[in-house]
Design a binder for this molecule. Structure first.
Ligand SMILES: Nc1nc2c(ncn2[C@@H]2O[C@H](COP(=O)(O)OP(=O)(O)O)[C@@H](O)[C@H]2O)c(=O)[nH]1
Ligand SMILES: [Mg+2]
Length: 327
């Protein structure tokens, strides 16, 4: 029996990850895709991946695109990609939809639409979908953003379903949040309810080719005017678009740029990014905690404690203490 050679994993992991990051930064789309998969699948290499990415992050502008289903998010995202490519930007796109399975209809439609850009090496497009575990997307989406950021994307667009329904609240992930509305969708009334008025940095009235766009704009302007803002605060602009005809997206890009300049000059960019990092840490820690509670011999400690509390044999504070003491 000859000398035992180190298994490739033992000596090679750092190089595997290092090579992937180097290739991703050189613009190799397969390396980018592989890194996102490692993140999504919670690969054993995950820790190394995030550590290797960290020094290269912070350069990308993160733009969230949200609004009710059918308002035109995917169409607008694709049109925005076209607009940003004209300006020579490297663009990442994450389509996040916790409600659809990976091969679901909505995402399939999005992919077809995105095929305009499928052959462009300066555009990375990825659909993210919850793999079903608690907090999965809250935890993996920011890491996928990190991959695209480190890969040298100038801008990362995140399309997600409407406010309040999503496990991933895009406003928490983005530097700039675009809120899309469209006439004829009852958005005028819904907007205030859904908390949309708090999260938008730029409001886009899409489907401006339809009746009611100007009425909707007036309604929205009135509602936004009610919000109290300081003198130096950002005042969200309202832009009209016809995304299906690539109309008005240049104005959207202008407003994204203007908002980014304000974020930098006001110090708000650092505030938002620190808050984002905090949310990331919390999501990772909570996911780890839940995994520990849920993983003991099929039946979780948490289940046992819950049965005791329900039966009056223990109280919830004592049970929580037990849970934390055993970590
Ligand atoms: N008339 C009109 N239709 C649009 C416009 N933008 C998108 N659509 C259509 O609206 C439908 C929903 O668009 P989609 O981008 O999938 O919406 P999402 O669910 O928000 O991603 C599609 O049939 C689009 O072709 C627009 O500006 N005007
Ligand atoms: Mg869509």
């Amino acid at each position: 029996v000859g000398p035992r050679l180190p298994r490739p994993r033992d000596r090679g992991d750092a190089n595997v990850v290092g090579d992937l990051v180097t290739r991703a930064r050189e613009g190799d789309p397969r390396a980018v895709a592989r890194l996102i998969s490692l993140v999504e699948d919670e690969s054993p290499l995950l820790r190394e991946v995030t550590a290797a990415l960290a020094p290269h992050t912070g350069g990308a502008r993160i733009v969230g695109i949200t609004g009710a289903p059918g308002v035109g998010k995917s169409t607008s995202t694709s049109a925005l990609v076209g607009e940003l490519r004209k300006a020579g930007q490297r663009v990442g796109v994450l389509a996040v939809d916790p409600s659809s399975p990976f091969s679901g209809g909505a995402l399939l439609g999005d992919r077809v639409r995105m095929q305009d850009h499928a052959l462009d090496r300066e555009v990375y497009i990825r659909s993210m979908a919850s793999r079903g575990h608690l907090g999965g997307l809250a935890w993996s989406t920011p890491q996928a953003i990190r991959v695209l950021d480190a890969a040298g994307c100038d801008i990362v667009l995140i399309e997600t379903v409407g406010v309040g329904q999503s496990e991933v609240e895009v406003a928490g992930l983005a530097d700039t949040t675009l809120v899309l509305l469209a006439p004829g969708m009852g958005d005028g009334i819904q907007a205030a309810k859904a908390g949309i008025l708090e999260i938008g940095d730029v409001y886009v009235i899409n489907k401006a080719d339809r009746d009611g766009a100007d009425t909707l704009r007036r309604e929205l302007r009135t509602m936004l005017a009610l919000a109290e803002r300081g003198e130096d605060d950002w005042r969200p602009p309202i832009v009209k678009t016809v995304a299906s005809k690539n109309d008005g997206l240049d104005d959207v890009v202008t407003e994204i740029d203007r908002h980014h300049a304000w974020l930098e000059s006001s110090g708000e960019l650092a505030v938002r990014r620190t808050r984002r990092a905090r949310d990331e840490i919390e999501a990772i820690a909570l996911t780890a905690l839940r995994a520990r509670w849920g993983d003991v011999h099929g039946r979780s400690e948490l289940d046992d404690l819950a049965a005791q509390v329900a039966a009056g044999e223990s109280d919830p504070y004592a049970a929580a203490e037990t849970l934390l003491a055993e970590l």
